[in-house]
Every structure is written in structure tokens, then in C-alpha cells.
Design a protein around this ligand. Sequence first.
Ligand code: 13P
Length: 264
Amino acid sequence: MTLRKKIVAANWKMNMLQAEAAEFVKDLLLEIDDISAVEVVIAPPFTAIAKVNEALGKAQNIKIGAQNMHWERSGAFTGEISAAMLRDLFVRYVVIGHSERRAMFGETDEIVNRKARAAHEASLRPIVCVGETLEQRERGNVEKILSLQLRGSLADLTARELRETVIAYEPVWAIGTGRNATPEQAQEAHSFIRHILQELSDQTTAEHIRIQYGGSVKVENARALMSQPDIDGALVGGASLDPRSFARIVLAACEDQEISELSA
Ligand code: 13P
């Protein structure tokens, strides 16, 4: 069995002014200063990226993510941000195709795919989000939707690029609702996602790709979710705005990582 390093990311969405971001990082470092068992990513709004970087100082184990980017390198795209601009701010990861962007800003799988390819071209690692709505789940279309989203969003990525891509399974009905998928429901979806990843590449590659769960992850449910065999971390919204609760979710991932390492 491949041992994947868990990855826990904070998606702050449209929250946090610079001073709040700096305060958050200061408090977070008090709790998880020297974590190395799992990867930790903070994805602030663009306007707080530089501040977060400054506040992290030498804490190189915590990486910075962005919440979106444009696929073109430069040019007349008013209001947009390129991959190179993110690199310039020491960003390492970028969330792509979040369901809020798909639903509110018209992002299609084709757009997500362009962004994912542009991210890799600039050596940024995309966190590609997929997930079904409640209606799609109730109609029994979870696998169909996930398959379409994955095939469309990851089209033409090489095996090497796929290994450096993180997938986030975020059922839309679980985002910001307080209603998380059960560990069993999430595991079922993650295992299906890995099966599709294998079809898109090969078994070894699919076993290396990390699949995060997102949707009402909290301190109380983090451990049960992340101890599932195909759940390799969490993409945390609301609970990531509080440094202590985010730290506890990171620590839950560490405990699980350590147990997996002992039993491997
Ligand atoms: P919540 O954790 O607030 O449900 O948000 C999840 C999410 O959208 C992370 O990207």
C-alpha cells in the first residue's frame, strides 16, 4: 500500500483582512510550529497572501495556497491573477474549480482544465475540486458527475502532473451546511475517484494522488473522516478561520498519519 502524506488546507474564502491574517498565523504557530508529518496549506484571499507569508517567517512547513487563478500568462484580463503572479508571492498550491466558483462564476470543467494545465506549467500544484449537488446525489448520479468532472478537469495532464495534483472531494450539500458526508459516504466517493484516476493514468500514479475531503470538516469529525483509507486530508472552510480549531484538525491528521506509518 502506498503511504500518502496527508494534506490539510485552510480555504479562507472571502475572509480575513491583513491584520487578522497575521494574528491567525501567529496563533497557529503557537499550536503547530514544527509539524512535518502532514502537509499544511493556508489559502488566504489574494490580498492577504503577502501578509501570511511574512507572518510565517521561517515556518517553511506551512505552505501558501491561492483560491483561484487565470489560465493565461498575462495580458488584457482585467481583475485576473496569473500563475506567475502567484509564484511571485511564494504560492505553492492553488484551489481550482471550487463549487462556489462553478456555481457563482460559471466555471466549467473546460475552464478548470485550462487552469490546472496553466498551474502545472508554472510549477504550482492545483487542488482540483469536484463534488455533486444534493439533487444529483438523490437521483443516484454521484459517480456519473464525479467521473465527468474528473475526466473534464484533468484532461491531458501527464502522469507526473497528476501525481502533483491534489483532488478535493467536496459534496456541494456538505459545504457550509454543518452537514458533513459520513466517513463511509466520503470513503465510497474517494475510492471511486481513485478508480477514475487509475483509468486516467495507471495504478501507481492513482495510488500516489492525494484526495482531500471538504464539506463541514470540524474538530469533531476530522479524525473519523481522515482515518478512512482513501481520505488523504481535508480542505477546511469555516473551521479554518479559527487558528485553534484548524490546528486541532491538523493534529488529528498527524495522529492518523503516524498510526498509518506504524502499521505500514
Ligand atoms: P466548510 O468547511 O465551511 O463547509 O467549507 C468547505 C469548503 O468549501 C472548503 O473549500
